[in-house]
Design a protein around this ligand. Structure first.
Ligand code: ADP
Length: 195
């Protein structure tokens, strides 16, 4: 166990509504680590879509439940990771990588810089739980049709990401269908960080 998270990357995978964001936020209250949510970054950009063509492109994808194009997503998220690392902090990645090519991109970029992923966790919930929780949280892109579409896109594109890490023997499953405190305790243990 350690309290120093410098340069670490913990990848949190899971269906929309699996609790990635909630858990990452709670962990950051106790551990000196940054929660990097690709969805939050892209929603922030989309909110400024009037000012910039790139932001408008991002908004168009988010609003219909599609993924932001890979090259764009990779560059934006990688820039954020590198900036957090320059500040000497570790990161919990929530929402990235979401496709096989994003996972490969992350590995390549990290190995170029002698970096590596510290832990890779699948926060597992059923599709029913996922959809229920999405519809409960009421975000503006959480309308039933868009939420269903996001779940479908996620299952199609993100299952290969799970397989990719599973084949490398890196994937740890954590049951997300339990009380929040129990889930958090398990996540901290797998991440190997101490409060
Ligand atoms: P959810 O957990 O409900 O899927 P997120 O907040 O993670 O929500 O993502 C919201 C939206 O942001 C996605 O539907 C997608 O359009 C975009 N997005 C987030 N992460 C990525 C990514 N890694 N690659 C491409 N698009 C992404």
């Amino acid at each position: 166990m350690n309290t120093d998270t410098t340069g670490q990357i913990h990848v949190l995978l899971g269906l929309p509504g699996s609790g990635k964001g909630t858990q990452a936020t709670r962990i950051c209250e106790d551990v000196d680590i940054i929660h990097l949510s690709s969805g939050d970054i892209f929603r922030r950009f989309a909110a400024n879509s009037h000012s910039n063509h790139l932001y408008r492109r991002i908004r168009e994808h988010i609003d219909c439940g599609e993924l932001v194009p890979n090259d764009l997503a990779c560059n934006i998220v990688m820039r954020e990771i590198e900036s957090i690392h320059r500040e000497g902090k570790g990161v919990i990645l929530d929402g990235f990588p979401r496709t096989l090519s994003q996972a490969e991109f992350l590995d390549e970029r990290l190995s170029e810089n002698d970096g590596h992923i510290s832990s890779i966790i699948n926060l597992a919930v059923s599709e029913e739980t996922s959809l229920e929780r999405i519809l409960d949280r009421g975000r503006h892109d959480d309308l039933p049709e868009i939420a269903k579409k996001r779940l479908e896109v996620h299952l199609r594109l993100s299952d290969p990401v799970l397989d990719y890490y599973r084949c490398k023997g890196r994937l740890v499953e954590v049951d997300g269908d339990r009380a929040q405190d129990e889930v958090k305790t398990d996540l901290l243990r797998v991440m190997g960080v101490e409060i």
